[in-house]
Ligand binder design. Sequence first.
Ligand SMILES: O=P(O)(O)OC[C@H]1O[C@](O)(CO)[C@@H](O)[C@@H]1O
Length: 241
Amino acid sequence: MEIIRANHYDDMSKKACEQVVDQVRHSDKPVLGLATGSTPEGLYGQLIDQYHEGNVSFQHVTTCNLDEYVGLTADDPNSYRYYMNDKLFNHIDLPRENAFLPRGDAADPEQECRDYETLIQQAGQVDLQILGLGLNGHIGFNEPGTSFDSRTHVVALDESTREANARFFPTLDDVPKRAITMGIDTIMESKKMVLLVSGEKKAHAVNQLVNGEVTEAFPASVLKRHPNVVLIADEGARSHL
Ligand SMILES: O=P(O)(O)OC[C@H]1O[C@](O)(CO)[C@@H](O)[C@@H]1O
């Protein structure tokens, strides 16, 4: 795993933006795997700036997001579809029909998982996957204990994850209890991964990732088995290394 040392959050976002722009410029039909949460917001802001400055176009890009809450519709402000529209898709020239997330309001979430797997295969596999890191080592919504062989599936969210994400909802009770997430094996099929981590509160998780063993108890540790992973971590996130 290559570690790129960023000074601070904006620097991390800039360095991640360079990776994405490079990928988009040098592929005919790039497939980007995208993530939500607070961490990639700066990256998305930088991508919008690059687009407005005429440095990159997304007309030939397909995107597949990692996850979505079960039960939320696309127009629910807490859905990840809404987040992606608001933070990125509404501001760039990505054809909307090329922007995929699992449908949180699908009548049959299990079937939606199977359909999403098919969709990723049809898109032609993810060239570059953006990842954030949960405090407990989760990637996507793959919580500790998730099999490394997992494909896209419905998960029951850890209480700690619901609490961490409660800041986006009116109350903790409003945070959905289930989500659809790409599985770990699905994520590992990406050709390249860029893991973004910022801030001292993630320093413990970064240390466990870099120096700990590969174990299903810490899902992100699986990334050490992938040949092409870049960790972009700012000073706070690296403070326990
Ligand atoms: O970037 P944040 O908000 O710290 O979240 C880290 C990870 O947790 C999730 O938000 C899920 O809880 C992921 O989507 C994200 O990658």
